[in-house]
Each structure stands twice: as C-alpha cells, then as structure tokens.
Design a protein around this ligand. Structure first.
Ligand SMILES: C[S@@+](CC[C@H](N)C(=O)[O-])C[C@H]1O[C@@H](n2cnc3c(N)ncnc32)[C@H](O)[C@@H]1O
Ligand SMILES: CC(C)=CCC/C(C)=C/COP(=O)(O)OP(=O)(O)O
Ligand SMILES: [Mg+2]
Length: 294
C-alpha cells in the first residue's frame, strides 16, 4: 500500500469505532460484504434499499402471465412493493411524529426505512449500523435525494449510542433485534426516548407455544449469524425497561405470501424454505410490537 493510500485508509478507519465484541466484528464484516441481488435489484426499483421482508397480499393482476418476458421484472417490483408496505406499516405505529422531532433507526441497514420516515414526517432521522459500507450507502442515497441535512447514518453500536437522554421522539428496530441482547437494547432505547415516546419493532421471534427454537429457526440463525429471541423475551425485556406494549400484531400470515412468491423467483437465496416451513408449523412468528416509553 502506498503511503498516501495508507494515510487515507487510517483516516477513514480512525472514525470507525472498534467493535464492542468479536461477535459485533463478525456482524460488521457480514454486512460490509453483503451484496445480494435480492436486496440490490429490489432497491433499484425506486431507490429505497431494504434489508427486511414483505407483508400483504400479492397483486397477481399486476404480475400477469409468468410466461411473459417482463414477468421477472414485475415479480421484483412486486416483492419490493411488499417490503415497502412492511416499512409503511411500521411507520404507521410511530404515533404523532412532527417535523421538529428526531427519530432513531437502530440497525438501519442501507437506510430505506429512514428515507421513508423523513418523507412521511419531515423529521430528522438518525440511523446506526455496524457496517461502514451500509452507512456510506445510506449517506450517499440521502445526498442524492438532497436530504442529507436531515437523514444520517453512522457506524455505531445500537447498545451504546451518542443520543442524549430523553432526546428522541420515536425509535425502531426493523429486523435488527436478533443481533443483540434484548435487555441491553431496550435499556438503551429507554434512555434516549422521551417519556411518552414510542418504540416499534418488526421482528421474527420463536414461539414459546412451540416449546424451543425449531430446526428451521436454528437454520435461520446459522444463515444470518444471528440469535432469534422468543416472543416471551421481548415482552419481559420491554417490561423491565419502561417500555409498555400497546399494540402487538401477528404478521405471520401477512408475510407468507411474500415468501411464497420469493420462492418462485430467480433471486432465491436458499433460506426461503426455512421461513415458509417455520411460519407454517407455528414455531416462528413475524410480529410488530409498538410500545410507549413511560
Ligand atoms: C437485517 S438488517 C436490517 C436493516 C434495516 N433495519 C432495514 O429494515 O432495512 C440488520 C441490521 O442490523 C445492524 N446491526 C446488527 N447489530 C447491530 C448493533 N449492535 N448495532 C448497530 N447495528 C446493528 C446491521 O448492521 C444491519 O444493518
Ligand atoms: C426475520 C428475521 C429472522 C430476520 C433476520 C435478519 C435479516 C437478515 C433480515 C433480512 O435481511 P436481508 O434483506 O438482507 O435478507 P435477504 O437477503 O434474505 O433478503
Ligand atoms: Mg432482503
């Protein structure tokens, strides 16, 4: 490496905090290296890049004839529409957010939900991710949209953020809670949320009624290097951290059409069967939980 390149690299890395644990280093690496077509090609549809799944009924009329040359393109647009519908549903539960408020997206990925939140509420949106690649991607998109003064991603551990105590009107985790201890996570949201503020998560959780994590849940954990929690753990950790759920929605039947459609596409990644089978056998649930910070 040349002296100039080395200086430039260390200038960049100097701004990136060291991972808080070896596990967080693994997760940072995972997302820095992620470039799956199922995420990038869907994001290319309208410039909103998501790393979460979809909800709602498939619009078969819009998809048309599978034999048609444009079918795959329409299928990608349809999967993306369902993923954006999921983010809209999360934002529907943030409560009365205004343009003067600050929102926090914990585990923000490439920033699709942050852009949607800003476009809906006009508010400032702060995102944290372990991945420098994702933070750069989100900040570049915000710059292209000329909203970079209001929407910002940073490399930061969501368990230890720089946001002031009681400074945030609403915060969320969209499919990012399975990478952290829930007690630590909710203690941090509870710290930076204003009393009366709102917390929302959409997540996959194992179902205590099933008994223990099924083989499909274990397969999902291995695939993403994550640790899916049980529904019971969510409620207990919230209760212990002044987060009182006021809405819980079981989205399992609403997300199955997305998975069944995705399983027929050319963009399959191999994890489709585990989601479909675990949702069908009741061992895994897709839920939204919205809570008040009291
Ligand atoms: C599946 S992606 C979800 C991204 C985004 N919420 C979305 O809906 O598109 C999981 C995200 O969680 C982030 N993440 C995992 N552990 C984290 C931690 N301790 N602190 C901050 N971000 C974390 C990853 O960097 C990644 O961006
Ligand atoms: C509901 C659960 C358990 C989610 C685990 C977290 C996760 C990896 C979400 C989707 O990310 P992605 O959009 O990058 O995944 P994919 O490439 O499969 O679309
Ligand atoms: Mg995806």
């Amino acid at each position: 490496m040349s002296a100039t390149a080395s200086a430039a690299t260390s200038a960049v890395t100097a701004k990136i905090p060291a991972p808080a644990s070896p596990y967080q280093g693994d997760i940072a690496r995972y997302w820095n290296n992620e470039a799956r077509p199922v995420n990038l090609r869907l994001g290319d549809v309208d410039g909103l890049y998501h790393h979460h799944y979809g909800i709602g009924a498939v619009d078969h009329a819009a998809l048309g004839d599978p034999a048609h040359s444009e079918y795959e393109k329409k299928l990608i647009a349809e999967l993306h529409r369902l993923e954006s519908a999921q983010a809209e549903f999360l934002l529907d539960h943030l409560g009365g957010v205004g343009a003067d408020d600050t929102l926090v997206d914990a585990g923000c990925g490439r920033g699709g939900s942050m852009v949607m939140a800003h476009q809906r509420f006009g508010s400032r949106v702060e995102g944290v991710t372990l991945s420098a690649t994702q933070a750069d991607f989100g900040n570049n998109r915000a710059r292209e949209l000329r909203i970079d003064d209001r929407v910002r991603s940073r490399v930061c551990n969501m368990l230890d953020t720089p946001f002031d105590k009681g400074s945030v009107a609403a915060s969320w985790n969209n499919e990012s809670t399975m990478y952290v201890d829930l007690h630590d996570l909710f203690a941090e949201h509870s710290r930076f949320l204003k009393p009366g503020g709102r917390y929302v998560t959409i997540t996959g959780c194992w179902n205590p009624r099933y008994g223990q994590p099924s083989k499909w849940v274990s397969q999902i954990n291995a695939h993403f290097e994550c640790n899916i929690h049980s529904r019971r753990e969510y409620l207990r950790a919230m209760a212990d951290n002044r987060l009182v759920p006021h809405t819980i929605v079981d989205l399992t039947s609403d997300t199955l059409p997305y998975w069944e459609l995705r399983a027929t596409s050319s963009l399959v990644t191999g994890i489709e069967e585990a989601f479909i089978e675990s949702y069908r056998d009741g061992s895994f649930q897709y839920v939204l939980i919205a809570a008040d910070r009291v």
